[in-house]
Design a protein around this ligand. Structure first.
Ligand code: SF4
Length: 260
């Protein structure tokens, strides 16, 4: 991007965030990409989050701590960001993404972006699990797709952008490996050697690679927008397994599983 384009981008960002009027469900102005992803798990969970507040769980807390350990970040200025990501050789940096999709103002922060020449090469979500990392769940796929879409809407050239959801068994890495994890994943994605990394961590890590697809990402948002636009009530899960794993199961009026 040219320097005027960056200036335009920061100006549009300010206007976007100034435009919120609390017109959406629950009086919100902006919808987080992670909330849209959660709708794919169970929309009622999002509703419970607003009605009952967040319920902390050990899994969530240890997952967040591990996530921060695997992806340490350091705040830099806009100028430093532009200088860094404009380099031709690949660089690693994240930024808040935003844009209007399906009647919603959508915002979020991707886990990880690999840049080259001012444009995103890879948008990466890192998901830790205690179970099998091989399946790719709908919520995880749509989350990374929407991040790709928002970068596109912000004016970046995403014609070569690819998406990755990297799932990792949470207790499988040693201290040193944790420190280097994001660099190893980035090197493997840039050098097209992700399969080698998967072989090395067989059964413990899976990189799900996806093509950036504007239409699919738009559909992923618009099919969930009716809830935020107050056009319909939230839909609850039909899976007993999901309710069993859900932290709201003892208080949720729609729960299919009641803990004893
Ligand atoms: S208990 Fe079941 S229906 Fe209720 S929020 Fe959780 S997953 Fe959804």
């Amino acid at each position: 991007m040219l320097s005027e384009s960056w200036e335009r981008l920061w100006k549009s960002e300010q206007e976007f965030f100034d435009s919120g009027q609390g017109e959406l469900r629950h009086g919100t102005s902006f919808v987080a990409v992670s909330s849209i992803a959660e709708q794919y798990y169970c929309e009622y969970k999002v509703e419970n989050g607003f009605a009952l507040g967040e319920i902390p769980t050990e899994t969530k807390e240890s997952g967040t701590a591990l996530h921060d350990e695997l992806m340490p970040t350091e705040r830099i200025s806009k100028e430093e960001f532009v200088k860094l990501v404009s380099k031709k050789e690949p660089t690693l940096a994240i930024l808040g993404v935003w844009g209007s999709v399906g009647g919603l103002k959508v915002v979020g922060v991707p886990d990880h972006v690999i840049w080259s020449g001012g444009n995103p090469m890879w948008v990466v979500e890192l998901k830790t699990t205690k179970g099998d990392p091989n399946p790719l769940w709908e919520d995880q796929e749509n989350q990374v797709r929407v991040y790709g879409l928002l970068l596109d809407r912000m004016g970046f050239d995403c014609s070569k952008t690819r998406l990755a959801v990297v799932r990792l068994k949470s207790d499988e890495l040693g201290q040193e490996e944790k420190k280097e994890w994001i660099l190893r994943v980035s090197d493997a994605l840039i050098g097209d050697r992700i399969q080698e990394l998967e072989m090395k961590y067989q059964g413990r890590m899976k990189a799900h690679l996806l093509e950036h697809d504007v239409e699919r990402a738009e559909k992923a948002v618009s099919s969930k927008a009716g809830y935020w636009l107050k056009e319909r009530e939230p839909v609850s899960s039909t899976s007993v397994g999901k309710c069993r794993a859900c932290e709201y199961n003892s208080v949720c009026p729609k729960s299919l599983y009641k803990p004893t």
